[in-house]
Design a protein around this ligand. Structure first.
Ligand SMILES: C[S@@+](CC[C@H](N)C(=O)[O-])C[C@H]1O[C@@H](n2cnc3c(N)ncnc32)[C@H](O)[C@@H]1O
Ligand code: SF4
Ligand code: SF4
Length: 371
């Protein structure tokens, strides 16, 4: 009994909620991991209006995700509900920016904490190569309106821009930082989840691009820049002196001291990640659901055997229920002896949840890998 109580925790400890509103999207990016862009899987309103009602009083922040949140009706209604009924909760989202205007600007300037704009380019020429049905000029105009509105009322809203680095845009890394400075972003960051796509980029082109990005990072110090170092380390696993000097210039390796990894991840004690299917996880990087809101109440799920098991593992820094991409996970399961076992369990788990989607995903990943 004592042991069980040890890993129980009150619902009132939950501070952050991330809600997947569905996959519906107004544009198509050629790198997107989604298989479905239709409204058919949008989250039902009762999920956030009724089933999650007990968590709002203690929440500090909600993040709502798509698809593209600005065109999903449920995302609009959910954010209106938070602003009107629970104004102590701050809003976060990730958007492609095409429809981020009007009431979205007003809502975030008054009640927002952070918005990430997935720009992925520094020019319309490159943007048009990697996206369909979008409009670079409209996206930029929306961002300018938002920045002006933020300034007008001295809002503390944080604005970040991301670039998913691909062979098509790697040469624009420096220009991307420059654009972010010009537009008024607080942070510009680079991600490389599709490293297998850039592994064949000419190394001289990569060196020149990354050197330029480091120059821009030095020049525009108001903008926080992240993610250059990981691209360097991926592209140049055995760095020569020039690359080592670039890694030093990025100065990102110093940002996380060892105490970051010494600390126990607190997400299983204070965070909720809810999928449109009703599945509840503690974060986006944990692969096992602790319950489902269609079959159980949030009170029961929060201290279910899966939730307690997650906390127990985390307290022991056992990451076997965490994906390899998690930044806390310094010992990804793939590296240890249990790797096949864990990968197998994950696959079976995903297959049981959604066989069609799992097969589609495996085919897509295999296609990308052997490209
Ligand atoms: C799926 S999108 C949803 C939000 C919105 N539609 C957008 O693009 O900003 C969320 C984030 O995932 C990123 N993303 C897209 N495809 C990805 C992939 N294959 N691997 C990793 N991240 C990806 C996007 O750049 C975006 O920042
Ligand atoms: S805008 Fe977002 S959801 Fe839509 S295709 Fe691009 S990455 Fe995917
Ligand atoms: S995946 Fe990462 S953030 Fe999520 S619970 Fe595990 S260690 Fe924490």
């Amino acid at each position: 009994m004592k042991k069980i109580q040890k890993y129980n925790t009150p619902l009132s400890k939950i501070e952050t909620l991330t809600l997947e509103m569905g996959y519906q999207c107004n544009i198509r990016c050629n790198f997107c991991y989604q298989e479905d862009f239709s409204p058919k899987n949008n989250a039902p309103d009762e999920l956030w209006r009724e089933k999650l009602a007990p968590v709002y009083p203690s929440l500090k922040r909600v993040t709502f995700l798509g698809g593209e949140p600005t065109i999903i009706k449920g995302a609009k209604d959910f954010s209106d509900f938070i602003v009107q009924e629970h104004p102590h909760i701050k809003l976060d989202t990730i958007t492609n920016g095409l429809a981020f205007k009007g009431e979205w600007i007003d809502k975030f300037v008054s009640n927002g904490h952070k918005i990430i704009f997935s720009l992925n380019a520094a020019s319309s020429v490159v943007y048009d190569k990697i996206t369909r049905n979008s409009n670079w000029d409209k996206v930029i105009a929306n961002i300018k309106d938002l920045v002006a509105a933020r300034k007008k009322v001295s809002s503390k809203l944080i604005l970040e821009a991301s670039m998913l680095v691909l062979p098509e845009n790697i040469h624009e890394m420096g220009a991307f930082i420059q654009l972010c400075e010009k537009l008024g972003f607080d942070k510009a960051f680079f991600i490389t989840p599709l490293f297998h796509q850039i592994k064949n980029v000419d190394r001289d082109v990569a060196r020149r691009s990354i050197t330029e990005a480091c120059d821009m990072k030095d020049k525009y110090q108001r903008v926080k820049v992240e993610g250059i170092e990981s691209i360097l380390k991926n592209l140049f696993p055995e760095p020569d002196d020039e690359v080592a000097a670039l890694i030093d210039r990025c100065d990102e390796h110093g940002e996380r001291d060892s105490s970051y990894y010494d600390a126990v991840c607190k997400y299983p004690w204070n965070s909720l990640y809810v999928k449109h299917t009703g599945d509840v996880m503690v974060c986006c990087a944990a692969w096992l659901a602790i319950g489902n809101l269609n079959t159980n109440s949030i009170e029961d799920i929060w201290n279910s055997s899966h939730a307690r098991n997650m906390r127990k593992k985390m307290a022991a820094k056992d990451y076997s229920l965490c994906k390899r991409i998690c930044p806390f996970n310094e010992n990804p399961s793939k590296k240890n002896k249990e790797s096949l076992n864990v990968v197998g369990r994950k696959l079976v788990y995903r297959f049981v949840k959604d066989p069609k989607m799992t097969i589609k995903k495996i085919k897509k990943e295999a296609g990308r890998f052997f490209k």
